[in-house]
Write a protein that binds this ligand. Structure first.
Ligand SMILES: Nc1ncnc2c1ncn2[C@@H]1O[C@H](COP(=O)(O)OP(=O)(O)OP(=O)(O)O)[C@@H](O)[C@H]1O
Ligand SMILES: [Mg+2]
Length: 332
C-alpha cells in the first residue's frame, strides 16, 4: 500500500491542553489534591479556566493527537479524527493540526451546551502536575464521524483505547477498526492506561483477537490485560492473539514481539524532565518506521529516540525535528 495518501490516521479523544503555573495555595483554594488527575464537568472546567490569566502553554492534546504530532516531526503524513466543539478551543485544536500538516477532516459539534474537551495542567513547585480533564465534545465522536475516504487512503489506522470508555466513541473505534481492516489498512491499538484496560478488558481482548494487527502498551497495561504479575506470561498470551506487540518499559526501554520474534531495545540515556507523553512519542516513532516498511528493530529505535526527546523537556511535543535527530543518531 505504498501509494497511500496518509501514512497513519489516528482516532482519539480531541482535547486542548492548557498548562498553567500556580502557587500551592491555588490548589488548596480550589480543593485540588496535588499530583492527581481527575475528570471534571463543564461548569468546573469553565470556572477553573477563568482563573488562569496567562497560560504557559495552550495547544491540541490527547494521546493520539500527540502521536500524530510526533509522526509529522519525523516527516510522515498523518491524518487525525476526533471531535471538538465550534468554539475558541475547537478552533485552536483545528489550527494546531493544520500547522502540523495533519489532515483533520472531523466537523465540530455545534450544540452550544457542549464545549471542546480540555485538560488543565496546574504546575506547582518541583514540577508537580495536578490535572483536571473535561472530555466535552470528544465523547460525541460517533461512527458517522468517520471519514471513510481518509481512512481508506491511510496505510495504518491508530486507535486510542480511551475511546472505549464512552458509548459513541466505542462504537466509532470498533467501526473504524472493521472498516480499516476491510480496506486492507493495518490496525494499531493503544491500551493507554491501566484503569482504561480494567474498565474495558473484554473489548480490548476481542479487538486484539480479531481486528488489531499491532498493539501498543506499557508493561503495566499488558499485565493488567491478562491479569498476570509476570511479563513472560503476558507475552505468551499476546503471542497467541496478535502479530505485533510494542511493550514499553520506561527506563528499561521496550520489548517488541514481531511475528513471534522477541526484540529488546534500550532506552536513550537522557535526563528526565517531564515523562508526560513518553508512550505517545514512542508510538509515533514506531508507527513512522512501520509506515516506511522499516524492520521492527529500527521502528523500535525510532520509538526510543522520539520518547527520549519528549521526556528531556516539559510538554508532549518535540522541540526539535525528530527526523533530524534520528538521522544524527544514525537510525534513519
Ligand atoms: N526514565 C527514563 N529514561 C529513559 N527513557 C525513558 C524513561 N522513561 C520512559 N522512557 C522512554 O519512554 C518510553 C515510554 O515510556 P513508558 O514505558 O513509561 O510509557 P508510558 O507509561 O506509556 O508513558 P506515559 O504514559 O507517561 O506517556 C520508553 O520505552 C523509553 O524509551
Ligand atoms: Mg502511556
Amino acid at each position: 500500500m505504498s501509494s497511500s495518501t496518509y501514512d497513519v490516521c489516528a482516532l482519539g479523544n480531541a482535547i486542548v491542553d492548557i498548562v498553567a503555573d500556580v502557587p500551592e495555595t491555588f490548589l488548596q483554594q480550589q480543593h485540588l489534591v496535588k499530583g492527581t488527575a481527575s475528570l471534571v464537568d463543564r461548569a468546573r472546567i469553565t470556572n477553573l479556566r477563568k482563573l488562569i490569566a496567562k497560560p504557559r502553554m495552550m495547544r491540541a492534546g490527547g494521546a493520539a493527537s500527540n502521536t500524530v504530532a510526533g509522526i509529522a516531526s519525523f516527516g510522515g503524513k498523518p491524518a487525525y479524527m476526533g471531535k471538538v466543539a465550534y468554539d475558541e478551543s475547537g478552533k485552536l485544536f483545528s489550527d494546531d493540526m493544520a500547522k502540523l500538516g495533519v489532515r483533520y477532516p472531523t466537523e465540530p459539534v455545534t450544540d452550544q451546551n457542549i464545549s471542546t474537551g480540555m485538560c488543565l495542567s496546574f504546575v506547582t513547585t518541583g514540577a508537580n502536575r495536578t490535572m483536571c480533564t473535561y472530555l466535552g465534545a470528544s465523547v460525541d465522536f460517533g461512527p458517522g464521524d468517520i471519514d471513510s475516504t481518509v481512512l481508506k487512503q491511510s496505510q495504518i489506522i491508530y486507535l486510542e483505547g480511551y475511546m472505549l470508555d464512552k458509548p459513541n466513541t466505542r462504537e466509532a473505534l470498533q467501526a473504524a477498526a472493521n472498516n480499516a481492516r476491510a480496506a486492507g489498512c493495518k490496525v494499531g491499538l493503544a491500551l493507554c492506561d491501566v484503569s482504561c484496560v480494567e474498565r474495558n478488558r473484554e473489548t480490548f481482548l476481542a479487538l486484539i483477537g480479531a481486528t488489531a494487527d499491532i498493539i501498543f502498551a506499557n508493561e503495566k497495561e499488558l499485565l493488567a490485560l491478562y491479569k498476570t504479575f509476570h511479563l513472560d506470561a503476558a507475552i505468551q498470551h499476546v503471542k497467541e492473539h496478535v502479530k505485533t506487540a510494542v511493550v514499553t518499559r520506561s527506563e528499561k526501554g521496550a520489548i517488541i514481539l514481531d511475528d513471534k520474534r522477541l526484540l529488546n531495545v534500550s532506552a536513550e540515556a537522557v535526563k528526565v524532565v517531564d515523562k508526560t507523553g513518553a508512550g505517545d512519542a514512542f508510538a509515533a516513532g514506531y508507527l513512522y518506521g512501520l509506515s516506511k516498511k522499516l524492520d521492527a528493530s529500527v521502528c523500535a529505535r525510532l520509538g526510543v529516540i522520539a520518547a527520549g526527546e519528549i521526556i528531556s523537556h516539559y510538554g508532549t511535543r518535540p522541540e526539535q525535528s525528530l527526523a533530524t535527530l534520528a538521522k544524527q543518531k544514525g537510525a534513519l
